[in-house]
Design a protein around this ligand. Structure first.
Ligand SMILES: *[C@@H]1O[C@H](CO)[C@@H](O)[C@H](O)[C@H]1NC(C)=O
Ligand SMILES: *[C@@H]1O[C@H](CO)[C@@H](O)[C@H](O)[C@H]1NC(C)=O
Length: 226
């Protein structure tokens, strides 16, 4: 028993050191309201940000791609696919911008980058290399809270919980990065093309601190041969 506890302690300790996930992906292999990856940050405030990720799914229903909540806003920063309205949504401090007409095909990788800053209040969503218009969402106040909870796999309907299997992500996700500033269009294009881009200074896929809950696997990213 003591040995088991020691082992568990070691496993937890290992999980706390950053891991280089270059060339890897998280696989979310089943629909559940339990599986997620929690991404650690010690940041407590964002007055601007850029979040990028690549995902691969065949879901034909609503699902969250990236969910950050604070104690006052469950949708502090959320990227969500709304199947009914066929729109990609960016929620910031519980306000949302909707983007229709994205070619969100199943069974292929899609790259999404979203930028927002509190000064202008404008959000912009890049999808597979193409920018959206810049829409007003919410300005003036930053996204803040002493306990930011960032997750992929589940959408937080309340702070750190309120999961709905019917909004869960099923598929693969890779290259999750977060910056506390707005990336230039040129940098975003480099991310989209998977060329040499600057890694996130808040979340860095090459040095990621995270915790896995339930069945999520770390696997080599499957690419097609060229
Ligand atoms: C990550 O967050 C979890 C949950 O709050 C915590 O238990 C863990 O110690 C954190 N890891 C690091 C490296 O900060
Ligand atoms: C991201 O992680 C890599 C690998 O540890 C490191 O070389 C790089 O400096 C990090 N970048 C940032 C912006 O933190």
């Amino acid at each position: 028993m003591k040995f088991l506890l020691l082992l568990l302690g070691m496993v937890t300790a290992c999980a706390a050191t950053p891991q280089d996930l270059s060339g890897k992906m998280f696989t979310f292999p089943q629909e559940t309201n339990r599986a997620y990856v929690r991404l650690n940050t010690t940041r407590q405030e964002f007055s601007a940000l850029t979040v990028c990720h690549r995902s691969f799914t065949d879901l034909k229903r609503d699902h969250g791609l990236f969910s950050m909540s604070t104690s006052s806003h469950s949708n502090g920063f959320l990227i969500f696919w709304d199947e009914t309205n066929k729109e990609m949504e960016a929620h910031i401090r519980d306000k949302k911008a909707e983007y229709r007409g994205r070619d969100y095909k199943p069974d292929m990788w899609h790259s999404v980058c979203t930028t927002w800053d509190s000064g202008s209040g404008l959000v912009q969503l890049w999808f597979d290399g193409r920018p959206s218009i810049r829409k007003f969402v919410t300005s003036g106040l930053s996204i803040r809270g002493s306990a930011m909870i960032i997750m992929i796999g589940q959408e937080q309907d309340n702070h750190g919980g309120g999961f709905d299997a019917k909004q869960s992500f099923v598929g693969m996700m890779s290259d999750v990065h977060m910056w506390d500033y707005i990336l230039s269009p040129c940098e975003i294009q480099k991310y989209m093309d998977d060329l040499n881009y600057t890694p996130g200074n808040v979340l860095n896929w090459s040095a990621l601190e995270f915790q896995i809950a339930d069945r999520v696997l770390i696997e080599d990213k499957q690419m097609t041969c060229h």
